[in-house]
Ligand binder design. Structure first.
Ligand SMILES: C[S@@+](CC[C@H](N)C(=O)[O-])C[C@H]1O[C@@H](n2cnc3c(N)ncnc32)[C@H](O)[C@@H]1O
Length: 205
């Protein structure tokens, strides 16, 4: 069962324990082969929940996005005596558009479900403050810890598979080697080809 299929059950389980304030859809562009016999999945669900709904962190000012109007002009309140431009920024709604992490992207690591840095930035900025500690019990490539560090938060990351722990150790500059193995990012095919071209003597000198 994928996380998307599992989410309705998790939602029912979780809502008895915490207050779910938003059900967010992370919507992304399609890539690769799409389903042919049903509608392919183009999103992942995210639950935003808090223990105490009268006292929780939500740094709305740190995550503002442009309030798009659908037209080129600014959103104007014509009901005012002198027409006034509305605030052009807003707190994001519950449908978030971030591209998936692709092979050619700088942040790409070798993991099938790596989350984009931009997605974690929004989540961490909104729900924590500098110096707070963030837990990600399914860390994968440790994007959560990577972003937490950038944003001066502490983090605890847990990951089952050694190959991903090694990525985390390198990505977070915690270690340069693991059990005698040097932890280096594997060059991408186009990077290797570029190096090859650079090092190949030219025929036209
Ligand atoms: C969806 S991925 C997380 C991707 C991560 N957010 C990133 O940006 O790379 C889930 C990860 O949880 C790990 N995992 C699965 N079961 C686990 C368990 N019981 N304890 C720790 N990690 C686990 C998997 O190996 C996988 O790398």
């Amino acid at each position: 069962m994928t996380a998307t299929q599992f989410m309705p059950f998790f939602d029912i389980f979780l809502r008895k324990k915490i207050n779910i304030l938003s059900r967010i859809i992370w919507s992304y562009d399609s890539s690769g082969v799409q389903a042919k016999k049903h509608f392919g999945s183009m999103y992942e669900p995210i639950l935003f929940g808090v223990k105490n709904k009268k006292n929780y962190t939500f740094n709305s000012k740190d995550i503002l996005v442009e309030a798009k109007t659908g037209s080129k002009r600014k959103l104007i309140d014509y009901r005012k005596e002198i027409p006034t431009v509305y605030n052009s920024e807003k707190v994001p709604g519950n449908v978030w558009e971030f591209p998936r992490v692709r092979y050619r992207m700088e942040e790409y690591e070798d993991h099938p479900t790596q989350k984009p840095i931009a997605l974690l930035e929004r989540i961490i900025k909104a729900s924590s403050n500098v110096g707070d500690t963030i837990l990600d019990p399914f860390s994968g490539t440790f994007t959560t810890s990577f972003v937490a560090k950038e944003l001066k938060r502490n983090s605890i990351g847990i990951e089952l598979q050694e190959k991903y722990v090694k990525i985390g150790l390198r990505r977070l500059n915690i270690a340069e080697e693991f059990n005698g193995e040097k932890l280096e990012k594997i060059p991408k095919t186009f990077e290797k080809n570029k190096a090859l071209i650079k090092n190949t003597p030219s025929l036209f000198t």
